[in-house]
Design a protein around this ligand. Sequence first.
Ligand SMILES: [Zn+2]
Length: 385
Amino acid sequence: MPTTEAPVDTHSATLALAMDLIRRPSVTPEDADCQALIAARLQALGFDVVALPFGEVRNLWAVHGSSGPLFVFAGHTDVVPAGPLEHWSHPPFEPRLENGFLCGRGAADMKGSLAAMVTACERLLSRRSLSGRIGFLLTSDEEGPAVDGTVRVMDWLQARNERIDWCVVGEPSSTLHTGDLIRVGRRGSLSARLRVKGVQGHVAYPERALNPVHAAAPALAELATTHWDAGDADFPPTSFQISNIHAGTGAGNVIPGEMRVDFNLRFGTASTPESLQQRIERLLDRHGLNRDIDWTRGAMPFRTAAGALREAAITAIRSRVGLEPELSTGGGTSDGRFIAPYGVQVIELGPCNATIHQIDERVDAAGLDTLSALYEDILERLLVN
Ligand SMILES: [Zn+2]
């Protein structure tokens, strides 16, 4: 049973806003007026807010200040579906506090972070004037196809010559304690659908058929045990995983005519998509397979080197939480992949991720106040002279 960090402050502004956001059932691509709620809070602080709907996706760009370096909070208002409601202890869109946890869909991924970003700005702007600008880049399409979300807003910003210096993505990065892990990059993703062709026939007459499962099995075994690279200082070794295999008609007496195999590789900078594709195609040819393969190149890896943003986050965590954060490039992809290619220093810092996308998603309620304090501290280190 996970434990919480501190007693819950039930009057916490961060907690109250997180609960208001969870009450809005914003399953991708719905925003359910989460952005309107956040926009109103930001406008009250003097932010200029622009709504950027593309297709059925809602996006928001907001900026405070008129000159100086630009720090951006990036995040998403959409959540993954709740799944079977009867499995939830409480309705997923009725937030509640229980044993120090805030429970509800999106509590950890990532409405808690969004609330912490807003309240961090509210506190900081009430006591300091800034020497730079704060932006918010929000989308309702992070958990879905991610076609009309952050990537489109970045295009729009580029067309306006708006350059972001630093970006904190609120994805739930922490493991056991808020701030114990910062993501400083993400691996790239490469997917493929392999079709191995054989000749369908009767299982009793194998000499008249060619079984694609038998033909492909040694190649798959080799793929599954291949050492792709050793990783490097920034990234773990490349990983290969088969996600789906299908062959057969369903009948027990038919040799299938074709087998389909889907697989995915997560890679760092020790390999490239080109080099991985070549190696895999050569391996398949060495096994003499009659095959075709469709490749889908997903995100490229990115990494934020040591610099002002990383330093500010590490120092904030040391001073507020008393932890030395782990700097990681593990995990899946995030919208940071659309922001980093513009030369932006991007890190991900958010609450604990133990229950994201699960039934009974929950987050340490006091940890959200900690997170808000960290965001405020980072802003102050970067934007207050
Ligand atoms: Zn997320």
